[in-house]
Ligand binder design. Structure first.
Ligand SMILES: [Zn+2]
Length: 269
């Protein structure tokens, strides 16, 4: 038997998804294999996002071990000063294993920590250029910078824009109702009244779910680091907010990915 076998998949092969998780980071080292097994068993597709060049390399490596992962590579706004030449070389070399660009974006709360907004803008636009050139989806961090992000992405031709952990205003969300942008909610939706208020008015056809693991969540999650097993609780909350049953909500969410996300053929080690 060959060392590699090839699979062709599409979104219909999955029942659940986690649209934003940092599976390559060391916090997951001891449970990563269990998570990969569980993704397979529960037919869950995970969008594995990266924050640095090193992280992006690990993400691409990991993609060779599972059919349940999409590889998103990129430089997070908090690492904006990274050397983009090295990143570009890595990107070009591994383009066949890359499914998206992320986690990228802007964050005004980092400015007081010494990460200039101008430098964030340069990195963000560079990442968007790569995504546009290669027709790849983007997973965007937009804390305290939702309007700036929306203004910038409107001038790019991108196949899919995901606003991860949406933290904009009700007004911004209402304006996005008829746009193609996907709005993602995570575990905090289960207990945060302000996020519930937002999710209630979010277009069910443009809403998706994520964990942002290994971020730990409080309340019912008891400070545990997030992993894809949290996803059904988020879907359950959305189903309540939208007055839909759980199964219909799950199907709706997976259908929301179909126009924007393709799962390409790959070789599994
Ligand atoms: Zn993240």
């Amino acid at each position: 038997m060959d060392e590699y076998s090839t699979f062709i998949m599409n979104i219909d092969d999955f029942e659940l998804f986690d649209s934003h998780i940092h599976l390559s980071v060391s916090e997951f080292d001891s449970i990563r294999d269990d998570i990969l097994n569980s993704l397979k068993k529960t037919k869950t597709l995970a969008f594995n996002v990266s924050e640095t060049l090193e992280d992006s390399k690990l993400t691409v490596d990991l993609s060779h071990y599972s059919n349940n992962l999409l590889s998103f590579v990129g430089i997070h706004p908090k690492y904006s000063s990274s050397n983009l030449n090295e990143f570009d070389k890595f990107f070009t070399k591994n383009i066949d294993s890359i499914d998206g660009v992320g986690e990228i974006g802007l964050d005004k709360t980092y400015v007081e920590r010494g990460i200039e907004f101008d430098s964030q803008l340069i990195t963000f636009k560079h990442m968007l250029d790569l995504a546009e050139r290669h027709k790849l989806p983007v997973s965007i961090h937009s804390r305290d910078a939702t309007q700036e992000v929306l203004d910038i992405v409107s001038s790019y031709d991108l196949p899919c824009i995901i606003l991860h952990w949406f933290s904009g205003t009700e007004e911004q969300l209402k304006k996005l109702y008829n746009s193609e942008i996907l709005i993602s909610f995570g575990p905090a939706l289960v207990y945060s009244k302000s996020l519930q208020k937002l999710a209630k008015i979010s277009n069910p056809q443009r809403t998706i779910v994520e964990t942002d693991g290994p971020v730990p969540f409080s309340a019912c999650f008891e400070g545990k680091i997030a992993e894809p097993s949290f996803i059904p609780s988020i879907i359950f909350k959305l189903s309540n907010l939208w007055n839909m049953n759980f199964d219909d909500t799950s199907k709706q969410l997976i259908n929301n990915l179909k126009p924007y996300i393709s799962v390409k053929t790959k070789s599994i080690q």
